[in-house]
Design a protein around this ligand. Structure first.
Ligand SMILES: [Zn+2]
Length: 410
């Protein structure tokens, strides 16, 4: 993001621009330290595009908020002045909670400010009724927090599949959970008393790739994220900005028709992308062909990893369909980076090869065009990272909104 450094009197700026301007330097410095730390204050200022003098107070503010700390282990010899003590992201005194709501489980995690997962638990819902389920989620979060006394918790990020209105903090529609217009954010704020932000999990993973991913420069330029689980959806961002759409519904590809599959879909049609590749569909087919003997998707992955040809065939077919969808997305958006979250791609080299071959064959741009197609940067903790990234993105965008160590949480 470029910073407008033209001299405009504060009174000439609309209120929102004044607010943004006030947070820019802290956000830019925090991001510079994330990317380059440990780094001297003067270098952080330079990288962020400011003079060393404009750093007065900024570093101390970020330290007070528990976002930065001084890195004594990297400090120079005694006598070197304080401005030369390097700054680094504070990964020790603060943390965030990541929540991912899926079916049939929800995931709770604790993440540090570099997005690293410190703790992760999965829970089965007692009941899918939103009131009962969110009460259970809140109780589980409070249980997690009770075990974490040595860190100040800066907020809770919630990610989920389906249709999420991030601005209102509402799950608009999640067919598998059976939820419609559920005010998740306000419910959790009321029950837990910490800042809460919610977004769709593909958008959350876009933000995670932009903050902490293996290809951050590409991700900050333009990225498409394709998520394939029980829910299938897409998110995309250009110039660092994630597309939401006026209905907050951008990225709905569940009912894209991508081949001649005859799988019936809940929408009443046949051959929709999500119906053809969802975990539920694969589990049902694997039970039918004898690859697994209980309806558990990870059993199918285990069977395929062990070389069961029935399991391998089902996952290869899915990789082919996902590759075809990815090729369409590449041609449609021409992103610098396309990341795919799909268990076969992640765990089975052969499925990864099938998916890549299908992308190369199906996209007009083809390989070697400057685009990168990659698996997620967070293969071991995709869901936990998605949840945490929702609130971490807010923190990195507006560090001044984070309560300081000595101020009351708002
Ligand atoms: Zn459909």
């Amino acid at each position: 993001m470029t910073v407008d450094k033209t001299r405009t009197r504060r009174a000439d700026l609309p209120a929102q621009a004044r607010g943004r301007r006030a947070t820019d330097i802290t956000a830019d410095v925090l991001r510079a330290v994330l990317d380059h730390g440990p780094v001297a204050r003067s270098t952080a200022a330079k990288v962020a595009g400011y003079s060393a003098a404009s750093m007065t107070g900024v570093a101390n503010l970020l330290i007070d908020k528990g976002l930065l700390r001084e890195a004594p282990e990297a400090a120079g010899p005694p006598g070197v002045g304080r401005p030369h003590v390097p700054l680094t992201i504070d990964t020790k005194s603060t943390a965030v909670v990541g929540v991912h709501l899926a079916v049939p489980r929800f995931t709770l995690a604790l993440l540090d400010l570099r997005g690293r997962v410190l703790l992760e638990h999965k829970h089965e819902y007692d009941d899918l009724d939103p009131d009962v389920a969110l009460t259970q989620v809140a109780r589980s979060v409070r249980g997690l927090l009770a075990d974490v006394e040595d860190r100040r918790i800066l907020g809770i990020g919630v990610a989920t599949g389906g249709w999420v209105d991030a601005a209102r903090g509402v799950v608009v529609e999640h067919p598998l959970l059976g939820w419609a217009d559920v005010p998740v954010r306000d419910r959790l704020v009321a029950e837990i008393g910490l800042p809460v932000a919610i977004d769709g999990h593909s958008r959350a993973l876009v933000r995670a790739e932009q903050l902490f991913g293996a290809h951050v420069d590409r991700a900050r330029s333009s990225i498409v994220q394709l998520f394939v689980g029980n829910v299938v959806d897409v998110a995309f961002a250009t110039a660092g900005s994630v597309q939401q759409g006026p209905r907050s519904a951008a990225g709905a590809v569940a009912h894209l028709k991508i081949d001649d599959s005859t799988e019936p879909c809940a929408c009443g049609k046949v051959g929709c992308f999500e119906a053809a590749v969802s975990e539920r569909t694969l589990v049902r087919r694997a039970l039918d062909n004898g690859a697994i003997d209980r309806p558990v998707f990870r059993d199918l992955l285990a069977a395929a990893s062990a070389g069961d040809p029935r399991a391998v065939a089902l996952l290869e077919e899915r990789a082919r369909l996902v590759g075809r969808a990815a090729a369409i997305l590449l041609d449609l958006f021409d992103p610098d980076l396309l990341t795919v979250v799909e268990a076969g791609e992640r765990l089975l080299p052969h499925c990864r090869a099938v998916l890549r071959a299908e992308v190369a064959a199906g996209s007009t741009a083809g390989a070697g065009s400057g685009q990168v197609v990659a698996g997620t940067s967070f293969p071991d903790h995709v869901l936990a990272t998605a949840g945490g990234a929702v609130i971490l993105d807010r923190i990195y965008a507006s560090p001044t909104a984070v309560p300081g160590r000595f101020s009351r949480a708002s």
